[in-house]
Design a protein around this ligand. Structure first.
Ligand code: 16G
Ligand code: MG
Length: 556
């Protein structure tokens, strides 16, 4: 007779190998600050760096368990707070294919980060182990990277302490952009397989991108300079390294805001978020000899976002500034890739994924050309929706995005027999684009190269690119509320279901303006509620945005 273990017996058997003693001891060196509530959100765990030590230690523990759950596959941990101020920091987990942590683990990360004592910490770890039936005795491998923030060193030590307590194999990737870390995770896990993504080294990353780029721009004549604002962050050394692999005639970079050691400089008056939010040049650019028509772009603090822009008049005039944001990158990429697919004569469906923040006119433009879907904010949602297409172009308006080629699309492109030299050329270009684009996550460097390739191949400057459609005037406002968790949304964050009655009031207000749209959602990274408004008439924008913000504030 076979005696099946009861669930309690199964649970205790599962958690038996947990090194409780080691975890307890190590945890004492990383006490949780009292009265603070952490939450694993869209960007992992992110807050002021000086209260993150215990969280990093515990994420180390969880990272090791995640790897054990997946049979020892390498998991990534990235220490960064992206575009946030320098004093913030954060940590997020990267799954084996280079994608965001599986959502069902997020509440456990939150619970474990909030355990108030060693006993509670062990209990919450045991709960994770039994919920996901983790073999604690399995091997674990974790790679971590970090950005240029001064707080990273100590936080990384906390992670290492967590990983060591669990006996994980640790790979220190050092200073990295977030997308480089995603790349490395995928490379480690696919090495030696038919799906090998690339060499799991820095050199492998730069070689893969630069070789594909050179293939795509070869013979297209010398390029014109591109000014890059590196946000005084980790994108600066990465960009500098990349330029060593690409001759200047192919990529002529003028790197600005590269002070990674200057205290307080990170994201300060510069970077993709500053430029997108304020819809203006990085501070001080008017003294940087930038001229009308120059191509410029800005990375964010961890180089996973990029926005482009140019001036159509003098730098000193605010109205000269023209933003080419994530929506404009999506339209450029979708148009170019659709054209190549058509020329190549392969049957592939290309679709676009946006969020509610996409400018109404970009959605209109794209919908006339390709299928478009809308998801909630956050890369994990867009990424998964993009996987449903053969070629999925996804971009948030803030410049975070990439293009995914499904395995079958990659196969079709590789194996197609071209019917003409033009088809052959299109297939070769698609093949190189598959390598140029970092398909694990949005990557400022890779996206920047993609834009450069498309502009070069069309002989376009920023003005021609900008001509696709005219952005509707738009604004994002921040409203501080007592409790943002009461703001609940539906329909990909385009409508509020709670607080009751607020959506009806917003609808009524929006109805008073021409071609207007507005929505309200709780931020996933800051303690506030965000209001987005767009109107057909620029003169009406502030009235609508402020009006909606007031409705939110009054409902509090
Ligand atoms: C995070 C998200 C980004 C999103 C932003 C919204 C990832 C990797 N990053 O930075 O995609 O646009 O949050 O911030 O998912 P919010 O919720 O504060 O508006
Ligand atoms: Mg970022």
């Amino acid at each position: 007779m076979v005696i099946l273990p009861t669930s309690i017996e199964t649970a205790s058997a599962l958690t038996q190998g947990l090194p409780v003693q080691l975890i307890n001891e190590a945890s004492k060196a990383h006490p949780k600050p009292e009265g603070i509530k952490f939450a694993y959100g869209t960007a992992g765990l992110r807050t002021k760096a000086n209260i993150l030590d215990s969280t990093c230690f515990r994420i180390g523990l969880i990272g090791a368990l995640r790897s054990k759950k997946l049979g020892g596959k390498t998991i990534g941990l990235m220490v960064t707070a992206s575009h946030n101020p320098e004093e913030d920091n954060g940590v997020k987990m990267v799954d084996p294919r280079g994608e965001m942590l599986e959502a069902s683990w997020e509440p456990h990360c939150t619970e474990i980060a909030n355990a108030t004592s060693e006993e509670e910490l062990i209990r919450s770890l045991q709960k994770l182990i039994t919920t996901f039936k983790i073999d604690v005795n399995a091997d674990a491998s974790v790679i971590f990277g970090y950005d240029t923030r001064p707080s990273c060193k100590e936080l990384v030590q906390a992670i290492v302490d967590g990983l060591s307590a669990m006996g994980a194999h640790i790979i220190d990737a050092g200073l990295k952009t977030t997308p480089q870390l995603h790349y490395l995770v995928k490379c480690h896990n696919t090495k030696g397989t038919p799906d090998a993504y690339g060499e799991p080294t820095d050199e492998g990353y730069y070689k893969k991108l630069s070789e594909a780029y050179i293939k795509l721009v070869a013979g297209k004549g010398p390029g014109t300079p591109l000014t890059v604002d590196c946000a005084n962050g980790v994108g600066a050394p990465a960009l500098l390294e990349l330029t060593k692999y690409i001759p200047k005639e192919h990529l002529d970079i003028r790197a600005l805001r590269t002070s990674t050691n200057a205290s307080g400089a990170l994201n300060n008056g510069c970077g993709a978020d500053y430029v997108k939010t304020n819809q203006c040049l990085p501070a001080g650019y008017d003294k940087e000899d930038v001229k009308a028509g120059d191509r410029m772009c800005s990375f964010d603090g961890d180089a996973d976002r990029v926005v482009f822009y140019y001036l159509k008049g003098p730098a000193t005039a605010k109205e000269s500034f023209r933003l080419l944001d994530g929506d404009k990158i999506a339209s450029l990429a979708a148009d170019h890739l659709s054209e190549l697919v058509k020329k190549a004569g392969v049957e592939l469906e290309l679709g676009c994924v946006q969020t509610a923040y996409a400018n109404g006119n970009s959605t209109k433009y794209l919908k006339q050309r390709v299928p478009v879907t809308c998801t909630p904010t956050g890369v994990k949602y867009l990424h998964h929706a993009a996987e449903k297409f053969d070629i999925g172009v996804y971009f948030e308006a803030n410049g975070h995005g990439t293009v995914l080629f499904s395995p079958s699309a990659q196969k079709a492109i590789k194996e197609a027999s071209p019917s003409s030299p033009a088809a052959q050329d299109a297939l070769e270009q698609l093949g190189a684009l598959i390598d140029l684009i970092n398909q694990t996550v949005g990557d400022a460097i890779s996206d920047m190269l993609l834009v450069e390739v498309i502009l070069r191949s069309r002989q376009w400057g920023p003005t021609e690119w900008d001509g696709a459609y005219e952005d509707l005037p738009n604004k994002i406002l921040k409203v501080n509320v007592k409790d943002r968790s009461i703001f609940k949304t539906e329909d990909a964050e385009r409508r509020l279901v709670s607080p009751e009655g607020l959506q009806a009031k917003i609808d009524e207000l929006v109805g008073k303006y021409k071609d207007a749209r507005a929505f309200v959602r709780p931020s996933g990274t800051e303690d506030c509620v965000r209001v987005y408004a767009e109107t057909g008439l620029a003169s009406e924008l502030s009235a609508l945005a402020n009006g909606v913000a007031k409705l939110v504030a009054d409902s509090d």
